[in-house]
Design a protein around this ligand. Structure first.
Ligand code: AMP
Length: 215
């Protein structure tokens, strides 16, 4: 049984690791960013509201995020664990998650903090691309799709997210430092956080995660 949270600055490789982790542990991947992007694609009211904040690199207000995650965690497929990716992003969200879990007599197995310097991350994010259809992550230099603009996995269109542009990325770092970084200390106090260097290569990062989380 694995209840995991992936923490780390934008571009640390959370999405890439998430795909591998959920395959290894057979748990659902809950990415609030993906949920918002799906809502934007489908043109829902939530999507319209979220887009205003996302396009600027700002956080979607807590009030729009917390209930969404609570509902998702109620689903049958979360009974045997889950991987939260991109949630919590504020101390308030972390407190709400703790409240939810303690109501259910559950706790988090591990909070995995993937860290790296801002200069490395900046380079990564500007080159980042993603499949519009299945969400598979790519990088124009480090991990390009075999055919430019086309997903290796599903043949979907590989594109640059609107929030991966230079100006937005700068703002996302500021937002991370101000609103999300305090979570490292929050989970340090809770005693269940582990730190993994995000620059050692994606296979090594993954091997470290599996070593820490266990079989
Ligand atoms: P991500 O795909 O996790 O990088 O998220 C992309 C964007 O979605 C973020 O920059 C935020 O605007 C929004 N977002 C995703 N998760 C959250 C969250 N837990 N709280 C607030 N905003 C979020």
């Amino acid at each position: 049984m694995c209840r995991l949270v992936l923490l780390g600055p934008p571009g640390a490789g959370k999405g890439t690791q998430a795909v591998k982790i959920v395959e290894e542990y057979q748990i659902p991947h809950i990415s609030t960013g993906d949920i918002f992007r799906m809502n934007i694609k489908e043109g829902t009211a939530l999507g319209k509201k979220a887009k205003e904040f996302m396009d600027k690199g700002e956080l979607v207000p807590d009030s729009l995020v917390v209930d969404l995650v609570r509902d998702r965690l109620e689903a049958e497929d979360c009974k045997n664990g889950f991987l939260l990716d991109g949630f919590p992003r504020t101390v308030y969200q972390a407190e709400e998650l703790d409240k939810y879990l303690s109501e259910k007599n559950l706790n988090l197995t591990k909070v995995i903090d993937i860290y790296a310097g801002e200069d490395v991350l900046f380079e990564r994010m500007i080159g980042r691309r993603v499949c519009k259809n299945c969400g598979a992550p790519y990088h124009i230099k480090n991990m390009p799709p075999k055919k430019e603009g086309i997903c290796d996995r599903c043949g979907g269109e590989v594109y640059q997210r609107a929030d991966d542009t230079e100006e937005t990325v700068k703002n996302r770092f500021e937002v991370y430092n101000k609103q999300t970084k305090p979570l490292v200390e929050y989970y340090e106090n809770a005693g269940n956080i582990v730190h993994i260097d995000g620059t050692i290569g994606l296979e090594n990062v993954f091997a470290s995660i599996v070593r820490i989380v266990g079989a």
